[in-house]
Design a protein around this ligand. Structure first.
Ligand code: DX5
Ligand code: ZN
Length: 230
């Protein structure tokens, strides 16, 4: 059976100096980030507001075609932003299951627009709701904090969701987001996550390269242990 690809680290730039977003993104890529996790908030789905597709378009122009933009759409009307985000240069459109009545149509629309599809659930949503869509998406996002703000405490009790998804869908990309850093990444990877969002732990560090390296080393250790256990 196919298994998910190797662990990737995607810094969330929410806690960066937002007045210098392009150079902050560049700094992350130069420090070894595998992709960029860009948090879009509409002040409605979550009690906070960030930026939308016009900023993404500028980032794409500034950073070139290479960086993978994982758009974490914390918005009430995810249908509304599919085309503008695709046109702006988004690579993956990760919407929340709680925000739509018709995930099937939205998945098709995202794919038709040329982006990869991510589907996220908040801490209060059980993972069985996501399961019917798992074969149609590229990535499942298990939130490990209530969406809305960076710098919150990691919710370890979300790990059974990750483990359940990994058991049911061995080749699915599974992302964790919220409060993840060197202290707890092993729990996420052991449970089966392979796309690791880390915000403040990386961005607020004086040496983001070392933190990203450390996170990657933990991923490699867990993978090695797993292959020895087989
Ligand atoms: C929270 C966002 C996260 C956040 C992660 O709603 O979705 O991406 O920025 O930041 P940390 O790792 O600081 O929790
Ligand atoms: Zn996020």
């Amino acid at each position: 059976m196919a298994s998910a690809s190797a662990c990737r680290i995607g810094p969330s730039i929410l806690g960066s100096d937002l007045s210098r977003l392009a150079s902050e993104c560049e700094r992350m890529m130069e420090s070894g980030a595998d992709y960029l996790h860009l948090d879009v908030m509409d002040g409605n789905f979550v009690p906070n507001i960030t930026f939308g597709h016009p900023v993404v378009e500028c980032l794409r122009k500034n950073l070139g075609q290479d960086p993978f933009f994982d758009m974490h759409m914390m918005v009430s009307k995810p249908e509304q932003w599919v085309k503008p985000m695709a046109a702006a240069g988004a690579s993956q459109y990760t919407f929340h299951l709680e925000a739509t009545d018709n995930p099937g149509a939205l998945i098709k629309e995202i794919r038709a627009s040329g982006m990869k599809v991510g589907l996220g659930i908040k801490p209060g949503t059980t993972v069985e709701y996501l399961a019917p869509w798992a074969c149609q998406i590229d990535m499942a996002l298990v939130m490990t904090v209530e969406p809305g703000f960076g710098g919150q405490k990691f919710m370890e009790d979300m790990m059974p969701k990750v483990h359940w998804l990994r058991t049911q869908f061995p080749s699915l990309d599974i992302e964790v987001d919220g409060g993840v850093g060197p202290d707890n990444i092993h729990k996420c990877v052991e449970a089966g996550a392979n796309m690791i969002v880390s915000g403040n732990a990386i961005i607020k560090s004086e040496d983001p390269r070392s933190v990203i390296n450390l996170l990657k080393n933990v991923c490699a250790e867990v993978a090695q242990k797993r292959s020895l256990d087989r």
